[in-house]
Design a protein around this ligand. Structure first.
Ligand code: AMP
Ligand code: MG
Length: 331
């Protein structure tokens, strides 16, 4: 069987490079920017990250479509020329030389259509966390025949060593059937052979279990999850964090359950918000489904049209969590 070695290496190098830009931009966010609710830092970092990753994938796998969250239509309008200049500056700071037209075309390469084999990318998942100086993720996954196959999930603000806040950020990765691993997001010279294997937690009882969820109550119902936690006998306070960093903390056993409970009828989950994280959790021994216990269906284009909400667990607790979600009356 193809080990997807080249796909993995390309994805890891590209995500690391993108993270250098997102970290530089995030570190420039001042209180003033926050006060003005100025979204330009996330706009610049988002486009720059998508440009870097799409360019790398295009070079290595010219025939692979990429279904990315962003496109360059707005950048191409004259009034946003300032953004393009800022993106070019950030790219040049990491020694990527490009013209405005090249950057726009790299970004638009991420405007592909899902097929038998394609990548999906969220260049900055958790934009609200990014702006608050908190968690965000760079999530990239390869899907082959509807199966999550390769994942690179960069979490620049999630310490590699959970016990040492000052440790470098984390880059999680997984290849279907080969386990899930993490290593530093910072050091380009670390080999995948030196990565640390990650495994979900062993909690079998509710008092030991920890739940995580979105910071944003508009993305997942906090009141419903509190009700479910109480019905299960989960006593620990939930951990709230933005982005697919939630998948990462379940994958390495810092949390045992991640609930994403719909807040409105019409919303459909996007594939790039789940593909990377879901493979990491599955390969770490966990289980991912929707609120009805159905596996996520990545064969329906850019949305998970056959699914509603998401339930992630360490594995052993999954059936009981899904039952409690169902019993809560959510639909
Ligand atoms: P999180 O950081 O987990 O809160 O999720 C961030 C993601 O939530 C974004 O990338 C959006 O695509 C997605 N999102 C936006 N609106 C909703 C919604 N109403 N329900 C669930 N997810 C949403
Ligand atoms: Mg997202």
């Amino acid at each position: 069987m193809d080990g997807y070695e080249k796909e993995l290496q390309t994805a890891l190098v590209a995500v690391r490079k993108a993270a250098r830009v997102t970290q530089a931009v995030q570190s420039q966010i001042t209180d003033d920017v926050l006060e003005k609710k100025d979204r330009s830092p996330v706009t610049i970092a988002d486009y720059a990250a998508q440009a870097i990753i799409c360019h790398a994938l295009k070079e290595a796998f010219p025939d692979d479509p990429i279904v990315g969250e962003e496109d360059a239509a707005e950048l191409r309008t004259g009034e946003n020329a300032g953004f393009v200049d800022r993106i070019l500056e950030e790219l040049s700071a990491i020694d990527v030389a490009a013209t405005a037209e090249e950057v726009c075309s790299w970004i638009d390469h991420g405007n592909g259509t899902a097929g038998a084999r394609f990548w999906t990318l969220d260049p900055i998942d958790g934009t609200k966390g990014f702006l608050r100086g908190q968690q965000y993720a760079i999530s990239l996954a390869l899907i082959v025949d509807g199966k999550l196959t390769v994942a690179a999930l960069g979490c620049p603000n999630l310490p590699l060593d959970p016990a040492a806040e000052s440790s470098p950020g984390s880059l999680f990765f997984a290849v279907r059937g080969q386990g899930a691993f993490v290593f530093s997001i910072e050091d380009d010279h670390v080999s995948t052979e030196d990565a640390i294997r990650v495994q979900t937690g062993a909690a079998l009882d509710w008092p030991d279990a920890r739940l995580c969820e979105s910071v944003e109550s508009g993305h997942s119902s906090h009141s419903r999850s509190a009700q479910i936690a109480q019905s299960l006998g989960i006593t620990k306070e939930p951990v709230r964090l933005d982005s697919q960093a939630k998948y990462a903390v379940v994958a390495r056993g810092e949390a045992d359950v991640y609930l994403r409970l719909p807040t409105r009828q019409a919303y459909q989950e996007k594939i790039w918000d789940h593909a990377g994280g879901a493979l990491v959790v599955q390969e770490a021994g966990g289980t991912v489904s929707d609120i009805n216990g159905k596996p996520l269906d990545f064969t329906r284009g850019h949305e998970l049209t056959q699914n509603r909400g998401v339930v992630v667990s360490n594995g052993p607790l999954h059936d009981a969590v899904v039952k409690a979600v169902q019993d809560s009356g959510i639909s």
